[in-house]
Unconditional design. Structure first.
Length: 260
């Protein structure tokens, strides 16, 4: 009986000590689950941070997932994955069906990375899913409205002023992303052959405006007005980028499921 009381007391204490929703907390290796699951979550993060190096055959753009999902998707309004797992399965307008998280990851491979998605049952796809699930562990499933992490903003009226955007680009962006938008080293390309293709979310004016408004320039984020972010996004998106080559890219390789 005493042991039982002790257990009840312990349960009560741990219940009270439940952490506040720690959804803002960055990824912390120290608190990963032990064993194989923790190892796969860690691998999933590596894939998000170093996608090109680890999956050279699946990535066409000179980009890692972390080019847009800043700090591996742990930055609010910087392409955060915190809560993402909980928002799936979800209705997808483009596909006109309910999709799973793997489908959404596949979309970013196809458009944002201008590449090919790994097979759904591959170690890589499962590791990335596990990583995003881990970042979402404090969220109630299928309650995406609680997130509020999107970087979309109401756009200024009228069309963007590309000339003003070009001047701003030269001053505030080109030092990192290059005068020709091709990027270099850790700085991802904004247009041209190495960039995301025309089917990507970032190729939409509203998405890029919000992303730039909240996150760029990297050395002084959140210092542009909405109008400036709009103008510079209009300028960036006025350049050529790869077209989405549906036939060439959409093959979902199967892997033999020899574990059954
Ligand atoms: C060029 C920029 C870019 C790159 C690179 C990119 N993404 Fe995305 N991703 C986006 C945008 C934009 C969205 C939509 C965000 C929104 O609408 O709020 C998105 C959305 C997502 C979502 C859905 C998020 C949610 O909460 O609904 C997932 C999952 C995702 N990306 C995974 C990946 C993975 C994995 C990679 C690398 C293989 C990747 N992305 C690379 C731009 C990018
Ligand atoms: C100090 C360097 C630096 C400056 C200046 C800078 N960026 Fe970035 N930018 C980065 C880095 C690094 C990333 C990758 C994400 C990260 O690590 O924050 C990035 C990512 C991006 C992305 C998403 C990935 C892609 O390639 O499409 C866009 C869009 C972007 N920057 C636009 C801009 C614009 C527009 C400006 C000027 C207003 C700007 N950046 C200024 C360093 C910079």
């Amino acid at each position: 009986m005493r042991a039982l009381l002790a257990i009840v007391a312990l349960l009560a204490v741990t219940a009270c000590a439940q952490p506040q929703k720690s959804t803002q907390a960055a990824y912390d290796e120290a608190v990963l689950p032990p064993g194989a699951l923790g190892a796969e979550i860690r691998y999933g993060r590596e894939l998000v941070m170093e996608t090109r190096r680890l999956l050279p055959h699946d990535v066409g753009a000179k980009m890692d997932c972390a080019a847009c999902h800043i700090d591996g998707g742990t930055r609010p309004r910087g392409g955060s994955f915190i809560g993402t797992y909980a928002a799936f399965p979800q209705w997808n307008k483009r596909a006109h069906r309910v999709i799973a998280l793997q489908d959404r990851i596949a979309e970013c491979f196809l458009y944002s990375m201008n590449g090919k998605p790994p097979a759904y049952s591959s170690r890589e796809m499962i590791a990335m899913t596990a990583y995003i699930a881990w970042l979402s562990r404090d969220e109630a499933v299928l309650r995406p409205s609680a997130r509020g992490q999107s970087f979309k903003i109401p756009l200024p009226s009228g069309t963007p002023d590309r000339r003003a955007g070009a001047a701003l680009y030269a001053q505030r962006c080109s030092a990192c992303h290059g005068a020709t938008g091709a990027g270099a080293g850790p700085f991802p390309p904004l247009w041209g052959a190495g960039s995301f293709n025309d089917g990507a979310g970032m190729a939409h004016l509203d998405r890029m405006t919000g992303f730039v408004y909240y996150n760029m320039p990297k050395n002084a984020p959140h210092t542009l007005t909405k109008q400036e972010a709009y103008d510079v996004a209009g300028f960036v998106l006025s350049h050529e980028r790869p077209g989405f080559r549906k036939r060439a890219l959409v093959t979902f390789p199967s892997v033999p499921a020899e574990y059954f």
